[in-house]
Design a protein. Structure first.
Length: 188
């Protein structure tokens, strides 16, 4: 709350917690001249600090420490050697082998949906409904194109994680210990 300090006002109450607007020159001072704009300062002090003590000309002043920045939290999902795809929906980041994937909005949504349902076959229609929304007009080929783009961004070492189930849809297969690619699964 800001209140003007008129000249006939008695001395301010020391227990007052209100801000006062004080003119640069006392009222009636010839140096004041014409009424000009008032300039003031707002000083924020920690709770429990008496603001009047900050402006005492001779005397001890309270010690006010600047805020120290809070260090950023360590990455909660460190890269694991098994090459698992990590999806952080809050930060909208997908990582694999410690590398951040550069995905578009729909590519991220598609990958996040597949990773959220591991080893579950998802039809093209269900993917269109859950990723694109029910109002989407298109066909299953839209899903195929986006899957191809996500596989390309996963890279050669991990594109096999998204498996095509012919005439049905797709599924995500998470990495298993000792499984490094199609050859180790008996595929060629």
């Amino acid at each position: 709350m800001t209140t003007p300090l008129p000249s006939e006002n008695p001395a301010p109450d020391p227990g007052s917690r209100h801000l006062r607007l004080v003119p640069e020159h006392p009222p009636g001072d010839p140096a004041a001249g014409a009424a000009g704009p008032l300039v003031g300062y707002v000083v924020f002090v920690p709770e429990g600090t008496d603001p009047a003590r900050l402006f005492v000309p001779d005397g001890p002043r309270p010690v006010i420490h600047p805020l120290t920045p809070v260090p950023a939290a360590a990455d909660p999902d460190p890269a694991e050697p098994d090459g698992e795809i990590r999806v952080d929906a809050v930060r909208r980041v997908a990582r694999i082998d410690g590398r951040v994937l550069d995905l578009t909005y729909l590519e991220f949504e598609l990958l996040a949906h597949l990773v959220a349902h591991p080893d579950q076959v998802l039809s093209r229609e269900s993917l269109i409904g859950s990723v694109w929304g029910y109002g989407h007009i298109g066909d299953g080929r839209t899903v195929d194109v986006h899957i191809a783009r996500v596989r390309a961004k996963l890279g050669r070492a991990h594109r096999h994680r998204i498996v095509t189930v012919r005439r049905v849809g797709y599924k995500y297969t998470p990495g298993r210990p000792g499984c490094s690619g199609p050859a180790s699964r008996g595929q060629s």
